[in-house]
Design a protein around this ligand. Structure first.
Ligand code: PLP
Length: 532
C-alpha cells in the first residue's frame, strides 16, 4: 500500500476513514522538499481532513468521474506534482483534445479559407462547423451570430469600436470589470457619450442594486446606451445577477455581458438570458486552443454595430478609385483578415470535451471545494487568535464561483507581501495569481482605496508601477494594492485545495521578516525577474 506524506506526516490511505475509495485520489503523494522559509506548524492528516470534507459536502462524491478524468486526461498535474490554482487565468486542456487536433491537422490539407480551392473549402467547412457548435453550446443557434476573435478582449474591443456611442448616450460599467471592459470607456468618451460606474457593496463586492437602478433610469432611450458587466467577477468570484439584463433593457439599454470568467464552470443558456453581446475566451473554458475567443451578437442588435474600418475578409466589395466599400453581412463583417483557421476547429473539439464532462458536474465540484476553501481560510488564526487571512468578496458559496481572493496578515495585523507569498507558493509547485488581476475597480473597493489614494500614488507623475504604488499605499495606513487569487476549475480536486490550505497555515505566527523578501517585481500585470 502506498504511503502518503502530508507535511512530514505519514498516513495510510483509508486508515480510520470510511471513504476508503477516495483517499488515494485525494491525498496524493507530496514530494519532500527542502523546508522553505515558512515553518510548518500545521500537521493535519489529509485522510482525516478529506473524511471531514465529505461529511459536510456529500455532493462532492457525485463528481468522482472527474477524478478518473484527472488521471486519464490531466495526469501531468500529479506526475509533476503541480497544484494548479489559476483556472480563472487559464483552463487546462485534456490530453485527448490536443491529440485529436493533431490528428485532424496531420490527416488533412487546410488552406486559407478565403477561396474556393479544395483545401480552402475543407477549412471553411470546419470553421463553420465550429461556429455552429459554439452557437449550439450556448443555445443561441437561431437568435445569435458568433464572431471568432483573438480572445475575449478582442471581442470586447469589437463592441467598443462599433457601438453607436454619441452625445446624450451613455456607457454604464460596473466597478467590478476587467480592464478589457473598462477600456471601452475610451471609445465612449471619444464619441461624446457619458461614462459612469455603478458601485459595489462591501464586504461582498456585489453590484449595489439601488445605485444601479438609479443609473439605469438615467438613459435617454432615443440614444445609444450600453451597460457592460461581468457574469462572474475575475476578482472576487461574485456571480452578478443576470436578471440585470432584462431590467436594463426595460430602461433602453443594450447589454454587454462579459462571460469570460463565468462560462468555464457555469452554463450560459441564451434562451434563458438574452444579452445583446457576449464575450468569451475559449482557453479559459477548456485550455486549448489559446488565441481564439468569441463575440456572440444578438441578431436583433447586429445592425446597431458599425465597424469603423474594413479589412481583408470583411468586405463584399471595395474599390480604390471609387473610395467605397461594402461590408460583408453578419460575422464576416467582423472577422478582420484571416482567422486563426487551424486553431478554430480545436474549439469544436474542446466544446465536445466540455459537454462530455458536463458543466453541471464541474460546477458541483467547484462549489463544494470553494465552500471548504472559504471556511478553512476563515478558520486560520495566529497564536494570538487574530485572523491570518482577509478574504475579499462573499465568504459563502452562494451566488459566487470558485475564484477566491485574499491577503495574508501577520499576528500584529501587518500585511504580508503577496509577491513573496506567490514566490513561496512556487517553491511548493503551487500556481496561483497575485496582483490586481486587471480588475482595478474591484481591488480598489475591496482594499478601501480612495480617489485620494490614487492621486497620492500618481503624485510622482505617471511613472508608476504596481510595486511602487503598493509602497505608497503601505505608507498610507497599511493598505494593500493587490492580492492573492486562487481559482478552481474542471480538473481541481480536494488534494489541490488541501495543499493550498496547508501552505496557508504555514504562515501562522510569521512576519514580513521571517518569510523573507521578494526577489521579483510585478509591473503592469507582467512578472519581471532579475535578468529576464
Ligand atoms: C472577466 C474577464 N473578462 C475578460 C478577460 C480578458 O480575457 P482575455 O485576456 O482572454 O482577452 C478576462 C481574463 O482574465 C476575464 O477574467
Amino acid at each position: 500500500m502506498q504511503a502518503y506524506i502530508l507535511q512530514g506526516e505519514t498516513t495510510q490511505p483509508g486508515a480510520g476513514s470510511r471513504h476508503r475509495a477516495y483517499t488515494s485520489l485525494h491525498c496524493r503523494p507530496v514530494p519532500r522538499r527542502k523546508e522553505p522559509v515558512v515553518s510548518r506548524r500545521v500537521r493535519i492528516g489529509c485522510v482525516t481532513t478529506f473524511a471531514r470534507f465529505l461529511d459536510t459536502h456529500p455532493d462532492y462524491a457525485t463528481t468522482s468521474a472527474l477524478d478518473e478524468l484527472r488521471t486519464s486526461e490531466y495526469g501531468r498535474l500529479d506526475s509533476q506534482g503541480h497544484v494548479y490554482l489559476d483556472y480563472t487565468g487559464g483552463g487546462l486542456h485534456a490530453d485527448s483534445q490536443v491529440l485529436e487536433h493533431t490528428r485532424l491537422l496531420s490527416e488533412h490539407v487546410f488552406g486559407n479559407p478565403h477561396s474556393a480551392s479544395p483545401s480552402s473549402t475543407d477549412t471553411t467547412r470546419l470553421v463553420e462547423r465550429a461556429r455552429a457548435r459554439v452557437l449550439a453550446y450556448f443555445n443561441g443557434t437561431s437568435e445569435y451570430t458568433a464572431v471568432f476573435t483573438l480572445n475575449a478582449s478582442g471581442a470586447l474591443k469589437l463592441v467598443g469600436e462599433s457601438y453607436p456611442f454619441e452625445p446624450g448616450g451613455r456607457l454604464l460599467l460596473t466597478v467590478d470589470n476587467h480592464n478589457s471592459v473598462n477600456g471601452i470607456r475610451e471609445f465612449a468618451r471619444g464619441k461624446g457619450a457619458a461614462v459612469d460606474y455603478a458601485p459595489l457593496t462591501m464586504p461582498e463586492l456585489r453590484i449595489d442594486a439601488s445605485e444601479m437602478d438609479a443609473r439605469l433610469a438615467q438613459a435617454d432611450p432615443a440614444r445609444g446606451n450600453l451597460l457592460a458587466f461581468p457574469a462572474q467577477s475575475n476578482f472576487s468570484g461574485v456571480k452578478h445577477p443576470l436578471a440585470l439584463i432584462d431590467a436594463a433593457r426595460g430602461h433602453g439599454w443594450d447589454v454587454l455581458l462579459d462571460a469570460a470568467a463565468f462560462v468555464p464552470t457555469n452554463r450560459l443558456d441564451l434562451r434563458e438570458v438574452t444579452p445583446d453581446f457576449v464575450t468569451v475566451s475559449f482557453y479559459k473554458m477548456f485550455g486549448y486552443p489559446t488565441g481564439v475567443g468569441c463575440l456572440l451578437i444578438r441578431n436583433a442588435r447586429l445592425s446597431r454595430l458599425h465597424r469603423p474600418w474594413f479589412a481583408g475578409g470583411t468586405v463584399n466589395f471595395a474599390t480604390v478609385q471609387g473610395r467605397l466599400h461594402v461590408l460583408s453581412p453578419r460575422e464576416a463583417g467582423f472577422e478582420d483578415g484571416t482567422l486563426n483557421y487551424l486553431s478554430v476547429p480545436a474549439v469544436e473539439i474542446g466544446l465536445r470535451h466540455l459537454e462530455r464532462v458536463g458543466i453541471d458536474m464541474i460546477q458541483t465540484r467547484v462549489q463544494s471545494l470553494t465552500d471548504w476553501l472559504l471556511t478553512e481560510l476563515l478558520a486560520l488564526r495566529h497564536g494570538n487568535g487574530r485572523h491570518m487571512v482577509r478574504l475579499y468578496g462573499p465568504a459563502t458559496p452562494t451566488e459566487r464561483g470558485g475564484t477566491v481572493t485574499m491577503n495574508f496578515y501577520d499576528p500584529n495585523g501587518h500585511l504580508l507581501d503577496y509577491r513573496r507569498i506567490e514566490e513561496l507558493a512556487g517553491l511548493e509547485r503551487i500556481s496561483l495569481r497575485t496582483g490586481c488581476f486587471c480588475n482595478p475597480g474591484a481591488g480598489e473597493t475591496a482594499e478601501g482605496l480612495t480617489e485620494d489614494d490614487m492621486r497620492a500614488g500618481l503624485a510622482d507623475g505617471t511613472d508608476i508601477s504596481l510595486p511602487r504604488f503598493l509602497q505608497v499605499m503601505q505608507q498610507r495606513g497599511g493598505k494593500s494594492a493587490g492580492a492573492i487569487r486562487v481559482s478552481l476549475g474542471l480538473a481541481s480536486n480536494f488534494a489541490d485545495v488541501d495543499h493550498f490550505l496547508t501552505f496557508a497555515a504555514g504562515f501562522r505566527d510569521q512576519t514580513t521578516i521571517t518569510i523573507g523578501a521578494v526577489t521579483f517585481d510585478i509591473e503592469s500585470c507582467r512578472v519581471i525577474r532579475d535578468g529576464s
